[in-house]
Design a binder for this molecule. Structure first.
Ligand code: ZN
Length: 245
């Protein structure tokens, strides 16, 4: 069995469609379950269409901070002005049904030997970021499974912890699990990558071989940017897509 894990779509339909066709390709080769780690909406021009794509495939989806913000379930005063503008626009276009869907999303789940959460396994509802090995150390204490998949920072990363609690970053895009070691894996972002590579990211976890691969996919950025301009979304958000920053 494989899992196809992705996060942070942010209303970017072109990116989501590209990632979903990669998923469908994977599914034709064998059993593969999709899992979405949240932030389906916020920033991008097609929040409703992205919700529709996720819902019609019944994809297991977690709540992200932008999903909560769009339904008024959290305070957006700490959001930067661009994110705030985009959240308010998103809120204005969502239907009641879209809102109910976002409202129903859980913060955290355990599926087989993996924990999945949008931000961090410790205090998932605080939406903290996990950037340093110090942050990771504390978070390894907050899940019982061998691996925890996260999103939120929009930067893919593999963090490993040995039995001795030593942690390090694995600097490649493929990783094989070892018994007794634990892993925190950030799957990157579908709709707004920020690691310097503008291509959409996702992770494929193969339970049989115990390997995880981060895959990148090119999508039609120019079309997404044109739609954002049409809706007068902030220039900063439009430009960052092609930079992957
Ligand atoms: Zn996000």
């Amino acid at each position: 069995m494989k899992y196809f894990i992705f996060s942070d779509i942010h209303g970017n339909l072109e990116a989501l469609q590209t990632v979903l066709s990669e998923f469908e390709k994977e599914q034709r080769e064998g059993e593969c379950t999709p899992v979405c780690l949240g932030d389906v909406v916020g920033y991008g021009p097609n929040p409703r269409e992205c919700i529709e794509q996720i819902r019609k495939r019944n994809i297991v989806t977690l709540a992200g901070n932008h999903d909560y913000a769009a339904i008024g379930k959290m305070d957006i005063s700490y959001f930067n002005p661009y994110a705030k503008d985009a959240v308010l626009w998103t809120k204005s276009v969502l239907s009641n049904e879209d809102m109910d869907f976002l409202e129903s999303l859980p913060l955290r789940r355990v599926i087989g030997n993996m924990t999945v959460v949008h931000a961090t396994p410790c205090e998932a509802e605080q939406w903290n970021y996990l950037f340093t090995l110090y942050d990771a150390q504390h978070n390894f204490e907050c899940f019982e499974t061998q691996v925890c998949f996260v999103g939120h920072s929009h930067q893919p990363i593999f963090i490993i912890q040995k039995e001795t609690r030593d942690c390090w970053v694995h600097p490649h895009s493929i990783l094989s699990f070892r018994d007794g070691w634990k892993y925190i894996i950030n799957v990157g972002s579908v709709g707004q990558p920020r690691d310097g590579n503008p291509w959409s990211a996702c992770a494929i976890y193969d339970e049989d071989t115990q390997t995880v691969e981060i895959r990148r996919m090119k999508y039609d950025i120019v079309l997404t940017q044109a739609k954002m301009r049409e809706h007068c979304l902030p220039d900063f958000l439009i430009e960052r897509l092609e930079l992957g920053r």
